[in-house]
Design a binder for this molecule. Structure first.
Ligand SMILES: Nc1ncnc2c1ncn2[C@@H]1O[C@H](COP(=O)(O)OP(=O)(O)OP(=O)(O)O)[C@@H](O)[C@H]1O
Length: 297
């Protein structure tokens, strides 16, 4: 659905994107991560055909970005949505439907889909930020897009709205829509996308599924052991588990991925001293920091 090869973009001679290659297949949900100014919005604008690129190739639905064929199948939700405050949600979506050559009668169904059915007749000027973001999503759902490009789509949404939002994306992906979204909300991206691309200073510093990134980063696993009786068992555990430290009532141990089973075996041998154990693999936040640090950010 989308292929970028060796994409480079410069603004006044300064590279905003440098040799970026990535592809998004049908039904895939890909997250674009990176610090402020990493190049996420620039990449999206190039995909949409809003700005030209300097080097490399871009194919959107097998066509040039911005071509009629590409625009027909691509939906976009910008970071900051702006609608006419005097129009109702229904009128605004009806307007976009007409622009797309579709019947305006579909507006209510789209607003229902994003949970705005009850507010469809109210003026957008009276909507909360989250409600305006949902109008943006309703707009992006027009015409069953084959590629969706979403720039920080969940900023301003509360936790339940975020969950509903990702449920809609899951449904679209299950029907074959390719999704490329940017976000700074690492926890939700970790849970709700298939693959991540980390940009830093315009360059791609890592790419893959959560499992791939975890394996490549090879960050330590954190094991938290709760002693059965404190402080007696705490002392025994600290002595028996080299490198462990006490944190509050727990004994904490960090170990390399390939040592995990051996360490757990050692801990199992101390089971009469243990009330509970918690194994915490590195989160996307840990992995993101690792790659960003490596890239000097
Ligand atoms: N029109 C422009 N003219 C000059 N420089 C620009 C222009 N648009 C973007 N840039 C620069 O390109 C770089 C990438 O910006 P971009 O907006 O793509 O970052 P981003 O990853 O989307 O950031 P954020 O997370 O803050 O939205 C930045 O250094 C920015 O200043």
């Amino acid at each position: 659905m989308l292929t970028l090869s060796n994409l480079t973009k410069r603004f006044d001679g300064v590279a905003a994107l440098c040799d970026v290659s990535l592809s998004v297949a049908a039904g895939e949900r890909v997250a674009l991560l990176g610090h402020n100014g990493a190049g996420k919005s620039t990449l999206m604008k190039i995909v949409l055909g809003l700005i030209p690129h300097d080097e490399g190739t871009v194919e959107v639905l097998g066509a040039a970005p911005g071509s009629t064929r590409a625009r027909d199948g691509v939906a976009y939700l910008p970071e900051n949505v702006a609608f006419h405050p005097a129009l109702s949600g229904r009128e605004q979506i009806a307007h976009y439907l007409r622009l797309r050559g579709l019947p305006a009668s579909g507006a209510l169904a789209l607003l229902d889909r994003v949970g705005l059915g009850d507010a469809a007749h109210r003026r957008i000027g009276t909507y909360s930020k989250g409600m305006r973001q949902r109008v943006g999503l309703a707009q992006a759902l027009i015409g069953t897009p084959r590629l969706m490009v979403l720039d920080e789509p969940t900023s301003g949404l509360d936790p339940v709205s975020r969950r509903d939002f990702y449920a809609i994306l899951d449904g679209l992906a299950a029907e074959g829509t390719a999704i490329l979204l940017s976000s700074h909300a690492l926890t939700e991206v970790e849970a709700r996308t298939d693959r991540m691309v980390i940009l830093s200073g315009g360059a791609m510093v890592a790419e893959g599924s959560m499992a791939d990134l975890r394996r490549r980063a090879d960050l330590p696993v954190r094991i938290a052991v709760t002693p059965s009786d404190i402080p007696c068992s705490t002392t025994t555990l600290l002595k028996a588990l080299p490198g462990s430290v006490q944190q509050g009532e727990q004994v904490i141990l960090a170990c390399a991925q390939d040592e995990k089973l051996a360490v757990l075996g050692r801990i199992a041998g101390l089971s009469d001293r243990i009330a509970d154990i918690d194994i915490q693999p590195p989160s996307l936040e840990d992995i993101y920091s690792h790659y960003s640090r490596r890239a000097g950010q």
